[in-house]
Write a protein that binds this ligand. Structure first.
Ligand SMILES: NC(=O)c1ccc[n+]([C@@H]2O[C@H](COP(=O)([O-])OP(=O)(O)OC[C@H]3O[C@@H](n4cnc5c(N)ncnc54)[C@H](OP(=O)(O)O)[C@@H]3O)[C@@H](O)[C@H]2O)c1
Length: 609
């Protein structure tokens, strides 16, 4: 999922939070390196989940067809319960995957791989890529160069963005401390801003620089994406999403083909490219044109009645659609088109559908280029490095968390027994570096998928999350405009829209004092009723956006990622660890993530305790 930004009229007033603790994590230097310590069938039944198995043709990582038992865990949209889901019992959806990890020694050699390498990274001003850049520079200062693709009108503007959005940010404070006065010089000797746009041909990079990049670069990392929900995933335009998430990787692959020394093409995707797959979802690359709808309905509906996915056709459709729609209706129609196409083929929204098509196109175009696909689930604040709790943007579950803390949302529409798949940003980066070094050294012309996710190895269940939120805000409450602590009740979780709506009304009426005023002043009561109606509509709208995720029926297997960890040396495990299994959710949510959110996202506004 991506970012959900709430505007000022939404249910979060911007100045309500207050600063809690400051988390700090200081680096220590060791040797020359700086370390921080630190297919089944989907059956909609009336409320009971069940597991079906069937035979289906599935590809392994090298796409050799394997026939395996594939299962689907059935989640009833109406029943909305996952009580019966026990992960160890889940039948793998997608079959086992093979990797090229066999035969490696007792270390990957991550630092060794980074040394002297030249990178080309897109999405460098974004949340995740910044954590990646910081980690590379901190763990191997002898990396050669990192080219950063930045949208800007000219080089000066790109340098300014790099300074403001990367070099001078708090995230880099450990590096700043390590290099002291030479910090700026160090950073400018390593980071090279490249004016460009992933939506333009040749990535909008001027020819001379493009040739230099093609001559020099060892690893391409594509982290650019359109992740912004702009109010909701439903609002992502199909043409925009295709251009960035599907065609962007194609343009990058064209650059990759020109690179003389390229060792690896690494795509940051998302675990949710698995769309509406159910049950335990394996780390398997897509076959071109594959659809989730075809897999989910494999045995029920004859194949000829199911739509086939023609990506070139989708690109043309989105480009030509404009001609048939009036200008003023175009943005809305484009949003509806994306959603309609995504759902037709078995994905929940335009973002994940276009990202999935991006993966397919990479595989189609890669020829003998080694490719790694990283699929994180929901990325949240850093667990440990460079310091715990660093976060950027009001993402995924965070608007809900913040609204709840301010007493504006006391319930939500979610399967209480469902699982929220969350991973800390630094663990995603560490796993990415481990996969990068492994496959960058092996240089086999294959494609490997790594799901970095928690729902199988260490599931965070929604009702436990609600308890943790309550625990945090009870001990560190937000402060209202009069300086008083805001006491919040335990969040109520509703699995039916009707019950959730009733709750919202009751809650809004109670908070507005409307019941008491109703008889005294008709005009005031009408006004308050309108305010209540608006706030109820907003909460319902939020719940609607989240529904494909709060009732998600899939769990992301991460066997490949776990295996990566097994081949790391003990030292690598300490410095590049990503033991999602070992996360203590109570500690992470209450002491790391929410304080991080309040500090870095809310910038301490309205914070108390
Ligand atoms: N955040 C999550 O929870 C999450 C979860 C799973 C997967 N992912 C994936 O992880 C990657 C990074 O996500 P993120 O959270 O770091 O996203 P983010 O903070 O929204 O950053 C997106 C980056 O992409 C850049 N970008 C967008 N359009 C571009 C274009 N046309 N040309 C060049 N650059 C462009 C943005 O540049 P501007 O600053 O100029 O807009 C920004 O640097 C994405 O591929 C995303 O799909 C994210």
């Amino acid at each position: 999922m991506g970012i959900l930004s709430l505007n000022s009229s939404s249910i979060i007033p911007s100045n309500l939070l207050r600063v809690t603790q400051k988390s700090d994590w200081c680096p220590v230097r060791r040797q020359a390196t700086v370390f921080c310590q630190g297919g089944g069938n989907v059956i909609k039944s009336s409320g009971v989940s069940s597991v079906l198995t069937e035979r289906s043709s599935l590809g392994s990582t090298d796409h050799a067809a394997t026939v395996m038992d594939a299962g689907s865990l059935v989640l009833s949209k109406n029943g909305k319960t996952q009580t019966e889901i026990v992960v160890k019992d889940l039948v793998p959806y997608g079959g086992a995957t093979s990797t090229t990890l066999k035969g490696l020694e007792d270390a990957i050699g991550i630092v060794k791989f980074l040394k002297g390498k030249k990178f080309f990274i897109t999405g460098a001003t974004g949340f995740l890529a910044k954590v990646l850049i910081e980690k590379i520079l901190r763990t191997e200062p002898d990396v050669d160069k990192i080219y950063l693709l930045i949208k800007a009108k000219n080089k000066q503007a790109a340098i300014k963005r790099m300074q403001n959005e990367i070099i001078n940010t708090e995230l880099f404070k450990c590096l700043r401390k390590t290099h002291g006065k030479s910090y700026q010089a160090f950073m400018l000797s390593k980071l090279v801003p490249v004016v460009g746009d992933i939506c333009e041909s040749n990535l909008g990079i001027e020819e001379e620089l493009s040739n230099v990049i093609a001559d020099e670069v060892d690893v391409i990392v594509n982290s650019a994406a359109n992740t912004t929900f702009d109010e909701s995933v439903w609002n992502l335009r199909y043409d925009t999403a295709i251009n960035i998430n599907t065609r962007g990787p194609c343009r990058l692959m064209a650059l990759a083909k020109k690179c003389k020394n390229l060792k690896l093409f690494l795509q940051i995707s998302t675990a949710y490219v698995n769309g509406q797959r159910q049950g335990r979802i394996m780390e398997r690359p897509f076959n071109i044109g594959e659809t989730i709808a075809r897999q989910n309905f494999l045995s029920k509906i004859p194949q000829k009645f199911l739509p086939t996915l023609d990506i070139e056709g989708e690109i043309k459709l989105s480009a030509n659609y404009e001609a048939n729609v009036e200008d003023n209706l175009l943005p809305q129609k484009m949003r509806e088109l994306g959603l309609e196409r995504a759902r037709r083929y078995g994905w929940q929204d335009t973002y994940v559908f276009t990202k999935a098509m991006g993966e397919m196109m990479i595989d189609k175009l890669r020829e003998d280029i080694p490719v790694v696909i990283i699929r994180p689930s929901v990325i949240e604040s850093t667990f440990r490095e460079p310091f715990p709790g660093w976060m950027e943007g009001n993402r995924m579950m965070d608007p809900i968390v913040l609204c709840y803390g301010k007493g504006q949302l006391t319930g939500f529409l979610v399967d209480p027994n469902g699982v929220l798949d969350v991973v800390p940003a630094d663990m995603v980066v560490n796993a990415t570096l481990a996969a990068m070094a492994t496959h960058g050294m092996a240089q086999k012309p294959d494609i490997n998928v790594y799901q970095i996710a928690s729902s199988v190895v260490n599931p965070l269940v929604f009702q436990d999350l609600a308890r943790l939120l309550y625990k945090h805000y009870s001990s560190s409450p937000c402060i209202d405009s009069k300086g008083r602590p805001i006491q919040v009740p335990l969040m109520k979780l509703f699995s039916s829209t009707e019950e959730f709506s009733d709750h919202l009304w009751r809650d809004a009426l109670q908070r507005s004092g409307l019941t008491a005023m109703a008889s005294s002043n008709q005009k005031v009561s009408q006004k308050l009723e309108n305010i209540c109606r608006k706030s109820v509509e907003q909460a319902k709208y939020l719940a609607n956006i989240y529904e494909p995720y709060t009732f998600y029926g899939g769990r992301f297997d991460s066997s490949n990622t776990q295996r990566l960890m097994e081949i790391m040396s003990e030292e690598e495990k300490r410095e590049f660890g990503f033991d999602v299994k070992g996360i203590d959710w109570e500690d992470y949510i209450t002491n790391v993530h929410i304080p991080g959110l309040r500090r870095h996202v809310m910038k301490g506004r309205g914070m108390g305790g």
